[in-house]
Design a protein around this ligand. Structure first.
Ligand SMILES: Nc1ncnc2c1ncn2[C@@H]1O[C@H](COP(=O)(O)OP(=O)(O)O)[C@@H](O)[C@H]1O
Ligand SMILES: [Mg+2]
Length: 388
């Protein structure tokens, strides 16, 4: 009798809230080629214990391939993968102690929610009581308790996504790999699930590698962001550093909107110079603004500024007066977008400025404002690298 009681206590002690299992993930010079074509080009990354890292990049840049290599579903052409203290290159997927959530959910259509959640545990021959406890706990956490008898086709998109998440959580793995898990949801549900996943991570603290092509998801969910392009890591940092100090023009343009204006610093375009800088003009019809470019800089330099860095009053000491002729105006309600062109070094280039919705710009009527010099970023146009 007392033994049964003891067993029951042990069996029901499983609590996903007390989970402490987690592991670092280290990628060392990881490469992957398909048919002689290199898709992942030597990436190295150290993901800490319990960290939530977002891998972001455009479609086709190799994100899924990296996740599949970590999961053991693809064999690296070269390089090492370490999970916890072990190199796992030669360890089969089922023994890596990771759980993957796929974009298309990959639920078993003929099984109900309970069986979908418990399938992986049954395959591992876990005792029935423990399976039951784990499934109930996870179902409660994800608001699925009332739906355990339903088949996937009787669920909404958001509910299906929760089942897919639940199937990963119930395994209690060392690492979660999530491949664009929210892409198939509508915009509103995506925002809600984004918060739920973040909260879940705060509770479970399981190391998570989350893949997305959506920069808003990356900014809002990632403790650190890895920006990926054409099989190469472009920058790894915390969200605000990625946004405010992008390493190169690709990161600058991919993570949010950016006005990028190419300049040619040949002598003909210089209007002056100061110690440590040279000056060029940005012209819009009769109005010119002078920009000071930090040296060392020669040749083709791209000047960049975020569209929201608009000052309506010249309150800052280093503010520069600029203007734009609005060609198209978009009213979003929360703010207003002004589209126009700037002419820099004789080249007309498109710009976008975002202003509060109380500001009422008119197409064809010059809009005057200020920008702060500290918000200007400078890039070498040829290499794309930011000039520090
Ligand atoms: N099994 C495969 N065989 C051949 N090419 C593949 C295979 N898997 C992926 N690729 C190619 O590798 C590139 C990167 O794919 P993927 O990792 O799915 O990118 P992402 O997830 O960033 O959109 C794509 O060009 C894709 O066609
Ligand atoms: Mg993919």
């Amino acid at each position: 009798m007392s033994l049964w009681y003891f067993l029951l206590i042990v069996k029901t002690d499983f609590s996903i809230d007390n989970q402490t299992i987690m592991a670092r993930v280290i990628l060392d010079q990881l490469r992957k080629s398909f048919d002689q074509q290199e898709i992942v080009k030597g990436i190295s990354l150290d993901i800490h214990d319990g960290e939530f890292v977002v891998f972001v990049g455009p479609s086709g840049c190799g994100k899924t391939t990296v996740l599949r290599m970590i999961a053991g579903l693809e064999t690296p052409t070269q390089g090492k993968i370490q999970i916890g203290d072990s190199v796992v290159n030669d360890i089969p997927p089922k023994d890596r102690d990771i759980a993957m959530v796929f974009q298309n959910y990959a639920l078993y259509p003929h099984m109900n929610v309970f069986d979908n959640l418990s399938f992986g545990l049954k395959m591992r021959q876990m005792p029935k009581n423990e399976i039951n406890t784990r499934v109930q706990t996870v179902a409660q956490t994800l608001g699925l308790s009332e739906l355990l008898q339903r088949k996937p086709k009787q669920l909404s998109g958001g509910q299906r996504q929760r089942v897919a998440l639940g199937r990963a959580i119930v395994r209690n793995p060392k690492v979660f790999l999530m491949d664009e898990p929210l892409s198939n949801l509508d915009a509103k549900l995506r925002v809600q699930m984004r918060l739920e996943i973040t909260e879940l991570h705060q509770r479970l603290k399981t190391t998570t590698l989350y893949v997305t092509h959506d920069q808003v998801e990356a900014m809002t969910m990632g403790q650190r962001i890895v920006v990926f392009h054409q099989g190469v890591i472009q920058q790894v940092d915390v969200p605000l550093t990625i946004y405010n100090q992008p390493a190169n023009l690709f990161v600058a343009g991919f993570m949010g909107q950016m006005n990028c204006l190419q300049t040619d610093l040949s002598a003909a375009n210089q209007v002056g110079s100061q110690a440590g800088s040279i000056e060029i003009q940005a012209v819009q019809d009769d109005r010119a603004s002078v920009f000071s470019i930090p040296l060392p800089a020669t040749g083709n330099i791209t000047m960049a500024i975020r569209p929201e860095h608009v000052l309506l009053n010249p309150s800052q000491a280093d503010s520069l007066a600029v203007s734009v002729m609005p060609q198209r105006i978009e009213t979003l309600g929360s703010e207003t977008w002004i589209h126009g062109h700037w002419s820099v070094c004789g080249q007309s280039q498109p710009v976008l400025w975002r202003v509060p919705s109380e500001v009422n710009p008119t197409v064809g009527e010059r809009f005057h404002f200020w920008i702060e010099a500290r918000h200007l970023l400078w890039f070498d146009t040829n290499t794309g690298l930011r000039i520090r």
